[in-house]
Design a protein around this ligand. Structure first.
Ligand SMILES: Cc1ncc(COP(=O)(O)O)c(C=O)c1O
Length: 291
């Protein structure tokens, strides 16, 4: 769509600040620039170094568009009294990183943490004024359904009353699953401790068998098959939710142990350092552990 409106679209490898900087430097002088990326990544479960991306964007006069559909409701502002390293309030990646909203377009969705059908843009005022007269979906769509608005309002009440406790529980459940994958030396790109855990297979042709094995054991995961992902990344994504009971988390861990005996999953040569998880001294560092 951006191309259709005359924009030049260029891609940079996720998280690669140097590659992005080279592109920004090459851009013709005077053109408007927008950097688009995920907040919490939908596959790796990791966060980008938002502080560094925001600084680079501002240095080059570019807008930074961050889609934090997966972070909104889960991560939020940090404080000494936080109930978990996910932070307070679930108010998304910009607050979590302690950044300002200067030059940032934050996109948040309610279809993940809130299980409803709404999304929002937090934008600079000049851009909001522009979108209100120029954005086709805003101009030509009907209003959000009342049911969606009502469930989000109820979700806000739950968030205010016990959101931090729910997030602390989610963090503990995720830590338990990650402790299991670590003990099994399973490779996962997840270095954040957030509840999206992708587990790549050693043999991409096993994907059908692995899917059946998990399904038959009563575990629902998202399969990442070729050509949806490169063959080297074929595997499955486990999503842990606060609605999963402790018994279900135990069942998942038991099933992962059985799966690892039955199928070859990609393994770590060495155990990942705990210091790279959210809540460590270096929460922003993203290090991909698998190829
Ligand atoms: C990063 C990201 N943004 C947006 C969406 C779409 O969200 P929605 O279902 O609310 O349209 C997804 C869907 O999974 C996603 O992964």
């Amino acid at each position: 769509m951006a191309r259709g409106l005359g924009a030049t679209v260029r891609r940079f490898p996720a998280g690669d600040l140097a590659a992005l900087e080279a592109m920004l430097t090459e851009a013709p002088p005077g053109v408007s620039k927008m950097i688009c990326m995920d907040g919490v990544n939908s596959m790796t479960g990791n966060t980008p170094n938002l502080v560094a991306f925001a600084a680079l964007a501002r240095e080059h006069g570019a807008l930074l568009y961050v889609d934090d559909a997966h972070g909104f409701g889960v991560i939020g502002e940090r404080s000494a009294t936080e109930a978990s390293p996910y932070g307070h309030r679930g108010n998304s990646i910009v607050a979590h990183a302690g950044e300002t909203y200067d030059g940032i377009v934050l996109v948040g969705g309610f279809s993940k943490a809130y299980s409803s059908l709404l999304a929002f843009l937090a934008v600079p005022t000049w851009l909001k004024d522009h979108l209100k007269v120029a954005a086709a979906p805003y101009l030509f769509s009907g209003p959000s359904p009342i049911a969606s608005l009502a469930t989000v309002l109820s979700g806000f009440d739950v968030n205010a009353a016990r959101g931090d406790a729910i997030r602390a529980d989610l963090h503990a459940k995720t830590a338990k699953v990650l402790a299991t994958t670590t003990a099994l030396r399973l490779a996962t790109p997840n270095t954040s401790g957030l509840p999206i855990i992708e587990l790549p297979l050693a043999n991409p042709d096993d994907i059908d068998g692995v899917g059946h094995f998990l399904f038959d054991a009563g575990i629902y995961v998202t399969l990442a098959a070729y050509p949806l992902v490169p063959r080297s990344e074929v595997g499955f994504r486990v999503q842990i939710t606060a609605a999963n009971g402790d018994d279900e988390i135990d069942e998942l861990c038991t099933t992962l142990r059985a799966l690892a005996e039955r199928f070859e999953l990609q393994r770590h040569a060495e155990l990942p350092a705990q210091g790279r998880r959210i809540g460590s001294a270096t929460p922003d560092a993203e290090v991909r552990l698998s190829a």
